[in-house]
Design a protein. Structure first.
Length: 434
């Protein structure tokens, strides 16, 4: 199984010490809460999306004690707690530190690591690489927390660990490690050229790339590799490549393939999607209880879903678990109308949002479309997906609908104040049912 920082890892948290400001980076964390219209917001980094059942219980306890009682999944496999009292910061930090979820005050916003959630579970690329990928995750998280320089990484900077299937490689991370035979490949940003390195050197190479980026970004103020000027980015790749290994060409995947909801492997795991990424306390308890009865682990995905590793013993046991989760309102099969539907928090939770996009997304739900759709309440488009999707953005002139393919965007269509016409336009843009 994948493994995050071990429970025995020493804590470097010092709640009385200074927390880096991030040079203007406003990404929320756990120690620096973000003010929203529905209360304060905390974003808890969960490297690789990997949670033990006990740590999942701690997150729910924090949501119920300090917030609105719900857990909100992000597009990086992290968890947001909303509706918090702005004065709860110290007590929240204590609770999360005791659970092992906050190993370093200085690095809590830098621990952005996504990993292939089905590694080792479905008989595919990940089965052979799962133990190695788990070690890479634990080592990379530890190296990031142990690097004084890495504390300056923006909360937007992203590491990815891909088991070879290309799922998280397609997300456009700043530094990506890809399992490849008995070694791994290192990708910087969206470059088609990758560097072959021994597997055991992967985490240290990834950290070196991040630290080199920080030096390259000093004058530009860039928070991510893609923000660097072209010549600076090219020099960064040359510098990292000189310290890594031989270069090979491997274009980054353009299509994102999240785990399909349902069973995987021979009762090795089950996967569920979460409508709009929002989990009630009852749903979270059901998921945590399911994990505790089987593999004692949850894997939060960058597509606002959750994988529960088994073993489940028999296919019938996996089917029973999925039936209970479906009855609780989670997506357990690809044919759900909610499959592929996402949205930002919208109004009234966000003051910048021009409408209640979650309600609008729910009103427009119909037969599942060929493409995912994401609704944004303003031009910031917080949490939008990667790859190919239908982008719905609220503007003062109406809802702008466009087809996005990576960096390309088709000419948009704008629908004004007509819910029926809006639903029809979104359905048409998404294409025929799968």
């Amino acid at each position: 199984m994948l493994a995050a920082m071990p429970d025995s890892a020493p804590s470097r948290l010092s709640t009385g010490g200074p927390v880096p400001s991030g040079s203007g980076d406003a990404c929320p964390g756990t120690l620096r809460l973000h003010r929203a219209d529905d209360g304060a917001l905390a974003r808890v980094r969960v490297p690789g999306g990997v949670l033990s059942a006990d740590r999942a219980d701690a997150l729910l306890a924090a949501a119920e004690r300090f917030g609105d009682g719900e857990l909100h999944l992000t597009s990086r496999g992290n968890v947001q707690l909303r509706g918090l009292d702005a004065a709860c910061g110290g007590a929240l930090a204590e609770l999360l530190t005791a659970a092992g979820l906050l190993p370093s005050a200085a690095h809590e916003r830098a621990r952005n690591i996504v990993a292939s959630p089905l590694a080792g579970l479905d008989g595919g690329h990940g089965r052979e690489g799962s133990p190695a990928l788990g070690r890479l995750l634990a080592e990379l998280d530890g190296l990031v927390c142990g690097s004084a320089a890495a504390a300056s990484l923006s909360g937007r900077f992203l590491f990815a660990l891909d088991d070879g299937r290309g799922d998280v490689d397609a997300l456009g991370a700043d530094v990506t490690l890809i399992a490849a035979g008995d070694g791994c490949l290192l990708r910087i940003g969206a470059e088609d050229e990758v560097f072959r390195i021994p597997s055991g050197e992967g985490p240290r190479a990834a950290l070196l790339a991040a630290e080199t980026f920080l030096r390259a970004a000093r004058d530009s103020g860039a928070w991510r590799v893609k923000d660097l000027p072209d010549d600076v980015r090219a020099e960064l790749v040359r510098t990292v490549g000189a310290a890594a290994g031989p270069a090979v060409r491997r274009p980054r995947p353009r299509t994102v393939a999240p785990p399909a909801p349902g069973p995987h492997g021979s009762a090795d795991a089950i996967s569920v999607d979460v409508p709009l990424g929002r989990l009630t306390s009852a749903q979270w308890r059901l998921l945590t209880g399911t994990a505790r009865r089987h593999g004692d682990e949850l894997r939060l995905t960058p597509w606002r879903g959750i994988v529960v590793p088994g073993p489940f013993g028999r296919p019938e046991d996996a089917a029973d678990a999925l039936a209970a989760l479906a009855a609780a309102g989670l997506i357990t099969a690809p044919g759900s109308p909610w499959t592929g539907v996402g949205a930002c928090i919208g109004h009234p939770g966000c003051a910048k949002s021009l409408s209640d996009v979650r309600a609008e997304a729910g009103a427009a739900v119909g037969p599942v479309g060929r493409l995912p759709v994401y609704w944004s309440g303003c031009e910031r488009r917080c949490g939008h997906p990667h790859g190919e999707w239908i982008d719905v953005v609220v503007t003062p002139d109406g809802h702008r609908i466009s087809h996005v393919r990576g960096e390309r965007r088709d000419p948009p269509q704008t629908v004004r104040d007509d819910p029926a016409a809006l639903a029809a336009a979104v359905a048409a843009a998404r294409g025929r049912s799968l």
